[in-house]
Design a protein around this ligand. Structure first.
Ligand code: DX5
Ligand code: ZN
Length: 230
């Protein structure tokens, strides 16, 4: 069973103080930096690219960076993110004409690869590529914005993907993204997720001047996670 990872989504961080924000979240016990890339084409919002990923590495962030591509197409930008220090690169299968090639490209560039499924995207894209995956990310909101509510039917999808991972016999992380908070994280973990993106719940916590302001939210997420395996 994989160890639980908490993945702060920097989409909800204060971009003017991004390095500090990421440090504070990691200091509070978060495990992996979730990096949301949006192109105002695949999703109706525009965020950050490889330069910002590289800037975080130069600033001194050593934790894994989990790049979630919400862009179309994906192949052109993959090597740039690998060079910029990405650890995981995940993309939406419907945003690539050649899913197998894009997965291979991520691996050839030395990163771990994953596929992302929108709430209503069917799982059949997994059928032939399980042996190429290090991560499967299920969206529990429609991608594009932080602060939306968790869509409950994704719990069934998590259970289904967990079965597929178990049947594959491979160590593939199962990540959930959207609307995760201390009230629902236990149920989400029970459905099979081991990696939990938290954007607004985490970066919205505490007072901006307090460097320890994420301790209590990360602590509550962890407490709830511990109960799910008690
Ligand atoms: C949405 C992004 C998420 C988002 C999650 O498209 O992929 O990572 O930041 O934010 P919350 O946790 O606020 O739902
Ligand atoms: Zn994301």
């Amino acid at each position: 069973m994989n160890e639980f990872w908490i993945a702060p989504s920097i989409l909800s961080a204060d971009f003017a103080r991004l390095g500090e924000e990421v440090d504070n979240a990691l200091k509070s016990g978060a495990d992996i930096v979730h990096f949301d890339v949006m192109d105002n084409h695949y999703v109706p919002n525009l965020t950050i690219g490889p330069l910002v990923c590289e800037a975080l590495r130069k600033y001194g962030v050593t934790a894994p960076i989990d790049v979630h591509l919400m862009v179309k197409p994906v192949d052109r930008i993959i090597p740039d993110f690998a060079k910029a220090g990405a650890s995981y690169i995940t993309f939406h299968p419907e945003a690539s004409e050649h899913v197998d090639r894009s997965l291979q490209l991520i691996k050839d560039n030395g990163c771990k690869a994953g596929l992302v499924f929108n709430p209503a995207t069917p799982l059949n894209h997994l059928d032939h590529v399980m042996d190429k995956l290090d991560m499967i990310l299920l969206m529990s909101v429609n991608p594009g914005f932080g602060g939306q509510s968790f869509i409950p039917y994704v719990l069934d999808k998590l259970r289904e993907v967990q079965k597929r991972i178990a049947a594959s016999g491979r160590n593939i992380r199962l990540e959930i993204d959207g609307g995760v908070n201390p009230k629902n994280i236990r149920e989400i973990a029970a459905a099979g997720a081991d990696t939990f993106v938290a954007g607004s719940a985490l970066f919205g916590a505490g007072k901006p001047e307090d460097p320890n302001r994420y301790d209590s939210i990360v602590g509550s997420l962890r407490e709830e996670l511990a109960k799910s395996r008690a």
